[in-house]
Design a protein. Structure first.
Length: 244
């Protein structure tokens, strides 16, 4: 009696194995540990397909992710401003802060950068024929549903293992998903509200069992987003207060 070899995994199975890793689909950094916790910042999904390997993934080591390279990206610059304000510094010192602390630079400590959904798209509504071919998911909503059921719990498992001192989610409409990714459950969030230039900004937040989740509006655009140095300073100062 002969045994047939097992069938090779299909495209969707390969994608699920890749997407099920909570550390894939982002820019990486230091996930930290309970003894040396880091700050995690998660977006919704990577917006630049050229800056991140598809499937099979390209090694992050092949990219230039030095602070000099990161400073070219508005999202990263504003993230550095937010971090500076969290640590009690003025946002105008963001470049000095970044060069000192080296957030997300390979080999540096203290900061990790990921995404809820790992496949890079320009926006949550985007799903091309190439995306379907590369992932095995015909529609974006199918991929999102799979990630919500499998990837977000995996991120929550990683949170329990690494115990980040702070988890920042970027995207005000995704508070439920960020809560699932951090706590593994949907927790009620409080709201801190302030205004800059006549536009209201809202920060959603919760502390639970020593964990801190903060959900922010977009940090690069939108009248209700953190789209100015003043808004980033106020938001960062508020978050810094939660950590003390």
């Amino acid at each position: 009696m002969s045994l047939r070899p097992a069938a090779a995994p299909g495209t969707r199975e390969l994608c699920e194995a890749w997407a099920g890793d909570p550390f894939e689909g982002g820019d990486g950094g230091d996930a930290g540990s309970p003894d040396a916790p880091s700050i995690w910042l998660f977006g919704q999904e990577h917006g630049d397909a050229l800056n991140l390997g598809h499937i099979p993934k390209a090694s992050r080591d092949e990219r230039d992710y030095s602070i000099g390279a990161q400073l070219r990206y508005p999202f990263n610059r504003n993230s550095f401003k937010l971090f500076a304000a969290i640590h009690g510094e003025p946002v105008i010192r963001y470049e000095q802060f970044a060069r000192l602390h080296q957030p997300w630079v390979p080999g540096s400590r203290g900061y990790f950068k990921g995404n809820l959904y790992p496949y890079p798209c320009r926006d949550l509504g985007t799903w091309s024929a190439t995306a379907a071919q590369e992932t095995g998911f015909d529609r974006k909503d199918e991929f999102i549903a799979w990630c919500n059921g499998h990837r977000l719990p995996a991120i929550a498992d990683a949170v329990r293992s690494h115990r980040p001192r702070l988890f920042i989610g970027i995207g005000a409409t995704m508070a439920r998903e960020f809560s699932l990714a951090y706590f593994g459950a949907t927790l009620p969030l409080e709201t801190y509200q302030f205004a800059v230039g006549g536009h209201t900004k809202k920060i959603r937040y919760v502390t639970h069992n020593g964990g801190r989740l903060v959900v922010l509006p977009h940090i690069s655009s939108g009248s209700n987003g953190l789209n100015s140095d003043d808004a980033l300073q106020i938001a960062g100062s508020f978050i810094g207060g939660l950590m003390r």
